[in-house]
Every structure is written in structure tokens, then in C-alpha cells.
Ligand binder design. Sequence first.
Ligand code: FES
Length: 282
Amino acid sequence: MPDNDKGMPAERRIGALLVISTVAALALAVVYIGGGQPQAEGALLGIALGAIGFALILWARGLSTEGTVTAERGPLGGDHEDEDVVEERIEEVSDEPGRRSVLKLFWAAGGALALAAVFPIRSLGPAPGRSLLTTAWKPGARLVDEEGRPVRVETLPVGGTLTAFPQDAEHAADSQVVVVRVADGEIRPRPGRESWSPEGYIAYSKICPHVGCPVGLYQSDTHELLCPCHQSTFDVLDGARPRFGPATRSLPQLPLAVDREGFLTAQADFDEPVGPAFWNRG
Ligand code: FES
């Protein structure tokens, strides 16, 4: 490899940079395993990538020549003498210890960087399993308000609304519902949901299917729920179908029942995932 600059030969400089890159990548892995420290990890990643980048630049400079070089083009093909010269030159080049060392160091630096890149996979945490598809609602779970008081069938007047949670799981953020009471017979249930709205009570997930804001504003004159973030509106009487705004999915509906003591309960969990669309939903 030509040494265009005075001082340390190019191979040595490339080798030094690759060693620096390797050490920095290994140190990055050690810092990560030791609990992580974002500033140190950022600095080490910068050093590892920077050093390997400079090494590649020096290596590329060694491969090219300065200025424009022109050469006479002779007849195509060659005689046996030329072939021997080429073979000899290839052997010479592949036997040069400096080049081989540099290539080994490139492998080492690349391997150390790849190793450091594998560790953050651990930061993804445990697989979510079915947790994105279900909530804390169980058959027979009572609805409670924000103070933990069970919701009775006479709690809301027609036109009233409240936010409810499953009893004993009041802090399950994905399970909160907005409960609305409308006059009996006003609801136009979707097929299969005829028994989900006893006494004019109807409950929908409070998490907007657009990007997850709480849908909490109810306009009783138009029977619409409004999301304050981007003004999506949902028709309460028609399965919370979106009427306006960026939301494209209806709010998931919680099937309700009234137990023998007059408390509102869930018949089951939602029949679809709540919240914004994610990768496995069309
Ligand atoms: S989050 Fe509800 S409309 Fe955007």
C-alpha cells in the first residue's frame, strides 16, 4: 500500500485506528452489560464508528493514485510472460504481512462492532405475548368509577357519562371505558351486540384508535364522543363508528350486563384489541 504521507506508514495508521475501533466497541459492550450509561455508550459508539471510518478512508486512499493517470492500451490479451508477471505480483501482494494484518484487524473491528450491536436486543424486553390483545376485563367484573365506587344501574341519568374501570384493576390503563346512558331503544346495535347495552348503558374503550388519547368528551345532543387531540368524533348510537377526524376505526365496545344486585358488570373482555392500530392489525 503506498504511503503518501511522511511519518508513520499507512498500514500502521490503519492498524492503530482499527485497534482503537475494536477496543471502543468492546468497551461499549462492557458498559452495556454493566447496566449502561447513555453518554458513555454514545461516545464509545462514536469512537468505534469514527475510527473504522477513518481507517477505511486511509485504506481507500492507499488504493488510489493521485491525479489523472493515462496509459497506452496495448493489444488485448497477453503472452505467457505477462501472465507469469501477474501471478508473481498477486503472490507478492497476498504474502505482504502488513496487508494481511490490516485485513485481520478489519475483521476484528467489524466483529467487535457487530457484537456490540447484538447486545441492545436484550433491551427490547420480554415478548408481549397476548398482552396487547387483552385487557383486565373479565366476565362478571363490576364497573367502578374513578373513586372505586361500583356503578349501579341508577348511577347515571339519561344523557350522563362517566369513566369506569374494572373492579380490582382500577389502574389498568388499557381497560378504562367511557360509559354513556342514552334513552332505551335509541341504540342501533350491531349484529351480535343486541344484549350489550342494558338499560340504555353503553360502554366503549376510552383509548382513541388514532394515537391513543383519552376520548372523554360526550355531546349528548348529537350522541357523539369527541377525542380532544385531533377532534375525531364517534357515533355512540352506531357502535362508536368514526364520523369525523383522523380515526379510522370504531372504539371497541365493552359488552355490559346488570347483575342481580343492580351493579353494572362486563359480560366479557373487549372482542378486539384496544388502542391505536399496531403491526398485526389491518
Ligand atoms: S388521538 Fe384521537 S383523534 Fe388523534
